[in-house]
Design a protein. Structure first.
Length: 147
């Protein structure tokens, strides 16, 4: 019969391999917990299966919660292929008038974040045909000011 230590060790390695395939950081903690249980069963071979399962659940869920409490996501949205702030300072032409009370549209000669036209938001009135510069990205629109 296979020793319990080897079962935990193989389970830990399989879970770590699954983590490497997914890259989510969630399965990692279960794999690490299984490897810790493998070491504990090597040190204390008489440990009961109930204690092993209890320790595995405590270690895996506990480490997952500790990791989640310290993990800080740096960005709340994904901009794949875009350098952060690359669009700030870009100059475009207003094609629909924009003011503090009305959204307009701005057009660029070269696409910005995958599109040539964007909804424009401004604190000042800018007429169609005038040049404007992007000062911020606000959701699905660009905040602009007259150039």
């Amino acid at each position: 019969m296979i020793e319990t230590m080897w079962l935990w060790g193989v389970l830990g390695l399989v879970l770590l391999a699954a983590e490497m395939a997914t890259g989510t950081f969630y399965v990692l903690w279960f794999g690490v917990a299984a490897l810790i249980i493998a070491v504990l069963t090597w040190l204390m071979p008489s440990m009961s299966v109930a204690v092993q399962l209890f320790l595995f659940s405590i270690l895996s869920i506990g480490s997952l919660f500790v990791w989640r409490s310290y993990y800080k996501k740096t960005e709340t949205h994904s901009r794949v292929g875009q350098a952060q702030g690359e669009e700030i300072g870009r100059v475009g032409t207003i094609i629909e008038p924009v003011s503090a009370m009305q959204n307009g549209r701005i057009q660029f000669t070269q696409g910005v974040m995958g599109s040539r036209e964007w909804v424009a938001v401004a604190d000042e009135a800018i007429e169609a045909g005038k040049q404007a510069v992007v000062i911020a990205v606000e959701g699905n629109s660009l905040r602009v000011k007259a150039q």
